[in-house]
Design a protein around this ligand. Sequence first.
Ligand SMILES: [Zn+2]
Ligand SMILES: [Zn+2]
Length: 427
Amino acid sequence: MRSLLPLAMEGCHTQDIEALPSYMLRLAAVHGVTLGDLIRHVARGTLEENALVAASRGQPISTLVRPNATSVLFASVIAETRAENIYNLERGTFALLSPALARSPSTFTHRLRWCPACFREQRLEAGNAYFKLAWFLAAIGACDRHRIILRDCCPHCGQCPKPWSEWTRFDRCQNCNERMDVVTTSDAVTHDPELLASDLIALVGEIAVATGPFQVGAACRYLNRVFDEAWQHEKEGELWNRVPRDDCIRYCNPEEPMTLGVVRRLAYQLEIPIADFLRGVDGANQSFGFAATCPLPRSMRAAHRQGVIDAPILVKQMELFLDDGVTPVSLREVARQLGVSVGALRYHAPMLASKLVARSEQYRRTIHTQKDTAVVRAVLDGVRSWSVGSVSPIAKKPLLRMLRNQTGLPKEKLRKAIQRLLRDQVA
Ligand SMILES: [Zn+2]
Ligand SMILES: [Zn+2]
């Protein structure tokens, strides 16, 4: 049992919730080891050992808040040590957003950032400083409570934290040992609402108490309802004054991915909290009040997109994807490479779009079949070499681990194939 001493995550159930990387750093410090040692310890003997150790190498620790499988994996292996429960650990990341949102690396910061006044308060209230989850969102530039611009390096010696080196307490600089929890003359205060990003702080607060993941497609369905309602009441003009027509049509398409930046912009324009928009909660769109007429804040504006689509050129570009020498890709990938939306492809060249979809589906099925064959072959070879090399009966888990390491084939497929083969042998 890879058990560890219990350590409570800070700020649970509030918008001040601690980030998973911060918790892991504190957990390592409590056990008197480095972060690398901690990860190797919790990973040892698990099926995902290689993946965990590899994921911790060469990438900033801050990436462990991102909505992806790696963050969830780290949260679950730490939960297995009983240091903290999975509910809290998962909410120290943005993992619950992952079904609803498309990936966008620029949403998150690479560096650890903090507010010195918060560090001080945390130390006085809880006995130790910690990094809040909200500080990992790139669009949040200042502390919502003290209005201090977040720091990313020591104000005394200028060194940034090195999380992989020994770091026993965050309120001291690893390099010069000066205090990191004191506001200095180099700290700037701001009242800029864009840097304070209260809408994102509120979203973190919702994540901290969410009962489950934010479901895929709910925001799109909400937008469609708003659009339908505007249509019925002949108020499209008013709607398009708030949400530009192209954006509205684009994101009403369920295939069009929404990043956090897009969701934030649409929620702002529709005047509802981001979490409500992501849940597709009704209510805010009844009146079409659209009271606010001020322009969209700078940080929320969409990146410049190609204005007018030249249909004949688009068709020619799409045809290139049907060439025999080109590896088939999904329609979404074609759209991405051509810098247009999936909806635009379907609108300007419906037949071509269908052909591209059929071709990529066919390709996907072929790859699938090839993988299935490879899995069966690998399992047969594995069982054969087991019988040659060992007198003990075949054990499923070690066999699975061996095959995973040797072939890199999907775990679930291997597991099923092993089960099937062993069952057939018994029969
Ligand atoms: Zn603060
Ligand atoms: Zn320093």
